[in-house]
Design a binder for this molecule. Structure first.
Ligand code: ZN
Length: 384
């Protein structure tokens, strides 16, 4: 894997294609600024042919003074390209489906007609002096020889980037690696990888594509996108750091971005989502918590501090004495073994209770009997 991987975030295009999601222009501006702050290399801002408000935001985005490259998305047809160019776009990403199913059912094109259409569209953008990325939609269900031919024709016509979307998420990591090895050895253009998560393989396929020679990975915040979405920005950035020591964006800014997009999109981040989920650093079973309190690496793939987060210990029937002792010490209490035994026994006796708040835990301590204590520094009120 190369040390320089670029990240294109498409929350404002692919992400808004999530069912039920529609960002206001003000929300898009806020998201774009935060994406720029964490340092994504490019932001796909939408397709102006979708709606007047999509066009209005794209025109605003061009003047926001962002460091990230602004990419405007549209179909590879004259009318759509003209409108996209009229927004002042400095880069266009045009797409044309190339798989047999799409060619026959969407266009009624032969392969040769598809190549002609792709070349004409690339030339139209280049004639306006604008750099262009060509995406072969449904590339991974396209015959490899034809895929190579149409991409080579787009490059010869002036495309400087080729995007290979796994539009319905059917790649395997081995396929992804070998496909990008082949394309990177034959095409004189940068390669983008865009992986859907229909089979839960989007992150694995993206890493394999990057190993095979892709230089740019497409992501969205919280993995938003059509159907099951695409790769999440946080998931990819953390995996690249942990497995390859490749730095991309500012990882410690990703929680704020995740929470913001969660609020604006109305799509809740699952608690067990890697890196940004509420449970990503929560430990529960007694065996786990006892070990983590001694050495966090026993049950953590990476430290929560990487994302400016904190680990938490869940107190319920799975909890052992070491976890309860650690929690009470955080609250300024130093319980003896007898007290601890009583508190843990009371917790385990109530099997239906999923977690204990600090006041509930302190009530159990009071019931267990006298315990030495120092007042909590923060509140000064946690007396036994
Ligand atoms: Zn997509």
């Amino acid at each position: 894997m190369r040390k320089q991987i670029t990240i294109l975030d498409t929350t404002l295009r692919e992400g808004e294609q999530t069912p039920g999601v529609s960002f206001t222009i003000a929300q898009k501006i806020t998201i774009a600024r935060l994406l720029d702050e964490v340092g994504v290399d490019a932001i796909e801002v939408g397709d102006p042919n979708v709606s007047p408000d999509a066009q209005a935001f794209i025109e605003r985005a061009a003047g926001m003074g962002l460091a990230a490259e602004i990419v405007v998305h549209c179909r590879a047809c004259d009318k759509d390209i003209d409108r996209a160019l009229s927004t002042g776009a400095r880069r266009l990403a045009i797409f044309l489906a190339t798989s047999p199913a799409h060619l026959s059912s969407k266009f009624g094109y032969s392969e040769e007609e598809a190549i002609t259409a792709a070349v004409r569209a690339v030339e139209q953008v280049r004639a306006a002096g604008v750099p262009v990325r060509f995406a072969a939609e449904d590339a991974t269900r396209t015959g490899r020889d034809f895929l190579l031919r149409i991409c080579a024709a787009a490059v010869a016509a002036g495309a400087d980037r080729i995007s290979i979307p796994d539009t319905v998420g059917v790649l395997t990591p081995d396929d992804a690696r070998s496909l990008f090895r082949k394309l990177s050895s034959r095409l004189d253009a940068g390669l983008d990888t865009h992986n859907h998560n229909d089979l839960g393989l989007a992150l694995a396929n993206t890493l394999a594509a990057l190993e095979g020679g892709a230089g740019c990975a497409h992501v969205t915040v919280n993995g938003l996108g059509e159907r099951s979405g695409i790769v999440s920005l946080a998931g990819l950035a953390v995996a690249l750091k942990v497995h390859y020591n490749v730095d991309t964006v500012a990882i410690d800014g990703l929680i704020e971005l995740s929470r913001l997009v969660e609020e604006f999109s109305g799509i809740q981040v699952p608690a067990n989502s890697p890196a940004v989920g509420a449970h990503a650093f929560a430990h529960k079973a007694g065996v786990h918590t006892a070990a983590v309190l001694k050495d966090p690496s026993t049950y953590e793939a990476f430290p929560p501090e990487l994302l400016k987060r904190e680990r938490s210990i869940v107190i319920d029937k799975f909890t052992g004495r070491s976890a309860v002792r650690a929690r009470l010490r955080q609250l300024g209490l130093d319980p003896d073994e007898k007290c601890l035994k009583k508190v843990v026994a009371a917790i385990k006796a109530d099997a239906g209770k999923c977690s204990y708040t600090d006041p509930e835990l302190l009530a159990l301590v009071r019931e267990a009997g006298p315990v030495s204590a120092t007042p909590c520094l923060e509140t000064g009120c946690l007396q036994p």
